[in-house]
Ligand binder design. Structure first.
Ligand code: PGA
Length: 267
């Protein structure tokens, strides 16, 4: 992939060379459609471990909607915050089965993932729709975590940066920086055990940083850019120390406290 991926443009590089990553990392767990009441023990274990030894990262867990208020009660007063996995663009209304950002906030959520590739693929969500969701989250006081990333076909066709940067531009359109988090998640790396090379992750994160700064100079420097897609205890440290990687969005490895804690400790 490195051969096909153009390096970051000169304009962006001049910004990047002058910056250091001083942001506190964010390690976010995306439980997806996993977790019943019993799974809350995993959160209890994390809370207990963090009490003994605090983390050097902010920690977010996004369980299914059904567990949000119970999870929030468990983490209250700890270093962990709870988030949702999606929200509707409207605050309320005739949308059977949907959840609004205001409802998430009311349940104790502090953040919400929007535009995850599984939502984009399974529910036809466009970047314009994702921008609306991010705005709804922001208006309700939640931090939107906006996901972007190319498919395997797009990667093979050499369109990684074109796709990622156009999703970025269209998805962040309605929320001012730095009131959102970006998660770069190559679709082909999600749940597959495959990851891009470290060089590719660094190049794409640098390009995203450059685009954020071009969009909104100073605030664009403060947006956290997470990497997601098969982050595991054994690759987390190498990924998390790359420039412009300000944390991780973790799926499978966030379901077990022992694995998730190793990733938190790697940050
Ligand atoms: P994964 O999922 O860590 O299981 O690859 C990441 C995600 O979808 O956010």
């Amino acid at each position: 992939m490195s051969a096909r991926l153009p390096h970051v443009g000169q304009l962006a590089i001049s910004h990047i060379l002058n910056m250091r990553d001083t942001m506190r990392p964010l390690i976010a767990g995306n439980w997806k459609m996993n977790g019943l009441g019993d799974s809350l023990h995993e959160i209890e274990r994390l809370v207990a471990e963090l009490l003994e030894q605090p983390a050097a990262a902010d920690i977010l867990i996004c369980p299914p909607f059904t567990l949000i208020d119970r999870a929030e009660a468990l983490v209250r007063g700890s270093a962990i915050q709870i988030g949702g996995q999606d929200c509707h663009v409207d605050a309320s209304g005739a949308h059977t089965g949907d959840i609004s950002a205001a409802m998430l906030a009311d349940s104790g959520a502090k953040a919400v993932i929007v535009g995850h590739s599984e939502r984009r693929a399974n529910h036809g969500e466009t970047s314009a729709r994702v921008a609306g969701k991010a705005k709804a989250a922001h208006v309700s006081g939640l931090m939107p975590i906006i996901c972007i990333g190319e498919t395997e076909a797009e990667r093979n066709a050499g369109h990684v940066l074109e796709i990622v940067l156009s999703q970025l531009r269209d998805s962040i359109a309605l929320v001012p920086a730095p009131n959102y988090v970006i998660a770069y998640e190559p679709v082909w790396a999600i749940g597959t055990g495959k990851t891009p090379t470290l060089q590719d992750i660094a190049d794409i994160h640098s390009a995203i940083r450059g685009a954020l700064i071009d969009h909104e100079a100073e605030p664009g420097k403060q947006v956290r850019i997470l990497y997601g897609g098969s982050v595991k205890p054994d690759n987390a440290a190498a990924i998390l120390c790359l420039p412009h990687v300000n944390g991780a969005l973790v799926g499978g490895a966030s379901l077990k406290a022992t694995d998730f804690m190793k990733i938190i400790r790697a940050a």
